[in-house]
Design a protein around this ligand. Structure first.
Ligand code: FES
Length: 424
């Protein structure tokens, strides 16, 4: 009840007094426990201490768990200028587009079982990773799993409130790692999640009413901001590809074309200097290297919306064109997401593969509960915890065309004293 009361207070303050929303969030926590595996002891460390507990926070876009959540999910998505830049018309066009798209997208979620599995997989992956981390990084144990989604429950503010209720911050400091689940960095995905985390950190921890004085004992954040070529990720992708290649007759196997598919970006974002296309290409190259370049391959881009120019070639066109030319053995590999979501289960499986109408067009399994992948996550997190790095050097560099103060100050915050002088 104490948690429910404090959540209700928070929501009245931050969300314009919607009691329905406040009680809904509080109930969500009290019923589901925010998907956390086990209770951990209260935080007792000082801000300079080296012992756990350590909060491991998975950042991702999230997805509606039920069709009823689709409307809210889309309205948050189209309100995010970091993801879908609509300029000064964002607050007008965003709600308009999301309202128009809701019935169609609800139908798509209904066809993949009534909701996105991304919450289930994210919570599972984070909990399993924390169990491994407790063994391989005892000096920072226990590790407590949290998930913060950008557009669906559990939202960043819910996660942050849970962190505070669990004893992190509030004068007791404690260490938290923001671990992006987008392996390749984009300002529209990881950047947007970090902007949101920074916003809620300022609202909930620095109490702006104190005249800008930094309170002592706030949470000590560090960030795993990109890992496009991490060995565990590459190995897990390669094994899933090899498993699916085995389903083709041996005499055709080496001629199967591998089509790596990643979510596209508006060209305005690409031309601003976003690092994502290069990092996705790095993952593809690392996976192909691990496979010893066993097959011909291409990288293509999916899920564009609206009439503006997006990065191509489009996945659907690519499949259509190759099949027309007689290249009917195509293996689609989702390369930029760590679990299944509507873009794999609906867009690739129900649209692209069905439309191809050719039994040789298949898809490699997503990473989901893959133990090789989860071990890789734990190895990566352990390396980060040992390194005492606040973030990667690469995160300190803003895009060439960036004009956003939010990016500037968010990066300065997460870069910390170690790197903040590099953020310009
Ligand atoms: Fe890339 Fe701001 S848009 S750093």
């Amino acid at each position: 009840m104490a948690l429910q009361r404090s959540m209700a207070r928070l929501c009245r303050r931050e969300m314009g007094g919607s009691m329905w929303r406040a009680s809904s969030i509080a109930n969500n926590y009290s019923q589901k426990g925010c998907g956390m595996a086990t209770a951990v002891p209260p935080v007792t460390q000082s801000s300079t201490g080296a012992k756990g507990p350590t909060a491991m926070v998975f950042l991702n876009m999230g997805g509606p768990s039920t069709t009823d959540e689709v409307g809210d999910f889309l309205s948050r998505l189209f309100a995010d200028g970091d993801l879908i830049p609509l300029g000064r018309l964002q607050s007008y066009l965003g709600p308009l587009i999301s309202r128009r798209r809701t019935p169609k997208i609800q139908k798509q979620y209904a066809e993949i079982g009534g909701g996105s599995p991304i919450r289930k997989w994210s919570e599972y992956q984070c909990e399993e990773m924390c169990k491994i981390l407790d063994k391989i990084s005892p000096e920072t144990a226990p590790h407590k799993p949290y998930v913060a989604f950008r557009y669906a429950a559990p939202l960043t503010e819910e996660m942050y409130t849970k962190l505070l209720d669990d004893g992190f911050g509030g004068g007791r400091a404690g260490r938290a790692v923001a671990f992006t689940q987008y392996p390749q960095y984009s300002c529209s995905t990881t950047g947007s999640s970090l902007n949101e985390l920074w916003k809620w950190r300022n609202r909930l921890e620095t109490k702006r009413g104190n005249g800008g004085v930094e309170p002592t004992g706030t949470i000590q954040w560090s960030v795993i901001d990109r890992w496009p070529t991490h060995a565990g990720l590459v190995e897990a992708f390669a094994q899933n590809i090899e498993a699916q290649l085995k389903t083709y007759p041996e005499e055709r196997r080496k001629d199967v074309v591998l089509l790596f598919s990643a979510h596209s970006l508006p060209m305005s974002v690409v031309n601003r200097g976003d690092p994502y296309p290069a990092e996705v290409a790095a993952t593809v190259h690392a996976v192909m290297q691990r496979l010893k370049f066993s097959n011909p391959y291409r990288l293509c881009w999916q899920s564009q919306v609206g009439p503006s120019a997006w990065l191509g070639a489009q996945t659907s066109h690519t499949v259509e064109n190759y099949v027309k030319r007689g290249q009917t053995d195509l293996l689609l590999v989702p390369i930029a997401f760590t679990s299944d979501h509507i873009e794999t289960l609906y867009e690739l499986d129900q649209e692209v593969i069905k439309d191809a109408n050719s039994p040789g067009v298949k898809r490699a399994e997503s990473l989901n509960g893959n133990p090789v992948f989860i071990q890789g996550l734990a190895d990566l997190a352990a390396e980060h915890l040992r390194s005492n790095e606040t973030c990667s050097l690469q995160m300190t560099l803003r895009c060439q065309g960036c004009t956003s103060d939010r990016c500037l100050y968010q990066k300065k915050f997460f870069a910390g004293p170690q790197y903040s002088h590099l953020v310009r």
